[in-house]
Design a binder for this molecule. Sequence first.
Ligand code: CP3
Length: 344
Amino acid sequence: MPSADAPLLRALRGDRPETAPIWFMRQAGRSLPEYRELRVGTRMLDACLTPDLAAEITLQPVRRHGVDAGIFFSDIVVPLRLAGIEVEIEPGRGPVFASPIRTADDVARITAIDPAEVAAAADPVREAVRLTVAELDTTGTPLIGFAGAPFTLAAYLVEGGPSKEHLRARAMMQADPDSWHRLAGWLSGVSRAFLRAQIEAGAAAVQLFDSWAGSLDPDVFRRFVAPHSKAAVQDLPVPVIHFGVGTGPFLGDMRLDGVASAVGVDWRLPLDEAAAIIGPDTTLQGNIDPALLGAPWEVLEQHVRGVVERGRAARAHVVNLGHGVPPETDPTVLTRVVELVHSL
Ligand code: CP3
């Protein structure tokens, strides 16, 4: 068990530890040469379901950067694979499904699968988390588990693959609301089962990724999306971080009525403005601009100092990027950002 005094867990509870905790979304992965070496010859989803490989990839950035948390190496589509759905991750592209879910019949077929199937097939996930947590415990570093939010999963599933504006999922909501709610409710159960498996095996906090929620207007987010995201994470025994890109127009709703301990903010919205919207009961996470990881150090340093300064307006702050680490990032820059934040 990580200590309850771990800076990440304190910040999620609303305390302000002596130094702000920091971790990076997508810290495990392509920016690390040791990751690229381990992944040779193994498909992404096979790597996710090979326990010793997933554990080692999760640990690499923690050892290298000295971040305040591990983020479990997996993918938002792993629980769908565990439910028996044909999905692959195409390098450079993203998740691709053999059969898109577009009609009421498609929805009826997929939602006939019991989300308990995910729990039953999740032993490789539990084993990977156990191996990871055994090593993280030697330094008291917490592991963050995660899952995709129903809308972001549906954005891939309805389209059949990556899309820019997620038109088909957004159309289904209003053209056939019954099918939409059935699908989103089912995805919520699937992600919840995936989260529970990680928590049972030792994850100390979880993050729900609604990466593409920024394509929704506030009213649609409230009516068609938020209730399903809330159902995925409410009453879990660990703190919940809720993240999306471009969610400024409905940031307050990202609290999920207080179910989320922390809300992630992308680089577009200054944290002091985000704090004014989010209020005194929720921690903020973010929001270093990933684009600046490639800028001269002086530029990046000023920016990071500004993010930490503005973050003081929130009840507590978990430093992170506004979205994931770009694959071409020089990893020594990430280590330097961690050292800087820990020195402030
Ligand atoms: O370090 C971490 O953050 C943990 C691992 C993690 C991965 N995917 C590993 C991964 C996490 C948290 C995710 C979540 C995920 N997957 C999200 C939400 C987070 C976000 O970035 O908004 C989304 C939208 C996906 C779907 C997905 N999987 C995409 C868009 C891609 C990239 C495709 C590409 O090649 O550009 C993936 C593949 C993926 N997931 C990789 C990694 C390390 C790259 C796989 C590789 O090495 O080829």
